[in-house]
Write a protein that binds this ligand. Sequence first.
Ligand code: AMP
Length: 490
Amino acid sequence: MSTDVIAKLKQMAADPDRVWIRGGQTYAGLLAETGRLSNTLVSLGLRKGDRLLLQVDKCEAVLSLYLACLRTGVVFLPVNPGYTVAETEHFLRDAEPALAVTDPGRVDGLAALGARVMALPELLARTAGQGEAFPDPAHDPDDLAAILYTSGTTGRSKGVMLTRENLASNAEALVGLWRFAETDVLLHALPVFHTHGLFVATNCVLYAGASMIFHRSFQPAGVLAALPDATVMMGVPTFYSRLLADTGLSHATVAQIRLFISGSAPLSPATHAEWQARTGHAILERYGMTETNMITSNPYDGSRRAGTVGMPLPGVGVRITGPDGQVLPQGEAGSIEVRGPNVFKGYWRLPEKTAEEFRDGWFITGDMGAVDVQGYLSILGRAKDLVITGGLNVYPAEVEAALDDLPGVAASAVIGVPHPDFGEAVVACLVAAPKATLTEEAIRSLLRNRLAAFKLPKRVLILDELPRNAMGKVQKAELRRRYSDLFAAA
Ligand code: AMP
């Protein structure tokens, strides 16, 4: 078993000078605050197993509340503050939180849905009257720590039940793999309602007793100004492409940095190469999902290979299976399945859906991939995004890699849309780099020497931007909806 998050917090707080957030709290201050918050939650009647829904703009208190929930056994349920009241209704109905904490402007909207709501400033004000000593109850590693809802690009969003051991085991694996040490300073500019910013970033810092520079949102200028004081940055691919678009990025800006990590969406080999040329750093790409925490990572010391997500984390098993569930030989493309202490307990109140997504104890990720001879996994896209055209499989990631390689292409997304002859047709959606002019004909003819005919996009659409979610992931379901009639008249 791994060391529980709260045990780790207490261990780190024993050093009164250890800094949690630069310019903010020490670990000792954090432990005291989580004690006051825990007493406050208990005084409000919250008990172990109750859910606390938190929907606020990013701020330091989110992390303190996450830890207070772990201390009390209350299940932490963070929600994207970008969701409207109508969108949040599903989480309230489904999770039935004992308390919803939100920004003052959202209180009335959530209260109108019948929830017990409190504004975050009010909750924090209540902690003033509370003692910092909190008698921590005993917890089981299998107890629920948090419920995170999937982004739900297709169908209803599901509550992912994560245990204390899921979080602890993943933190220990990542700290070792990425060599986190107490001297590290992580630049934190990710959202804190998602596994990446909430668990990966925060728990790596906590388990190493390191510090963070905490930015409330990602602003390229602010990040560039802070990089000289940091040693590690974790980001989604759009962080890297947006920083590359800023002339302020140079070798000098990143002289102190020992590691850049990317995940949550595919990092294009072109961005990887450009980043290396501009900064001298090979970005380390890793792969994970809300249900599984982190699964694979490129190596710290060995070659960090663009377009791959590396090898399984210690203690984590990955296998590739075919359509009938058979394990495929190395090199063949198929469905990615995962097993290990990182894998979630199930979907909240959806036992049948949970059972469907597991095969002999392995979780079916819904991603397609292949492992090369050196053991590096490549992600070929979501199974749902696989295009079957004229009976042949086209993996969007392969076509996207060919497109991203062409001069003047800033970003691409390949989808399948209904086609009267082929069943589905491959369609490429592109965004041009600044000042580049792309034409459909030119792109198609450049691709002709790179891809087999059946993989060639039947149409190439040049867009101003691709629809993305808060983590920078392209929303392919939205693109498919938009262009579903493209070949209707054909
Ligand atoms: P989420 O649960 O929101 O974190 O989304 C998880 C999904 O993001 C995975 O199932 C993958 O489809 C995708 N993903 C995460 N990391 C990567 C990566 N490095 N490369 C490609 N896709 C990724």
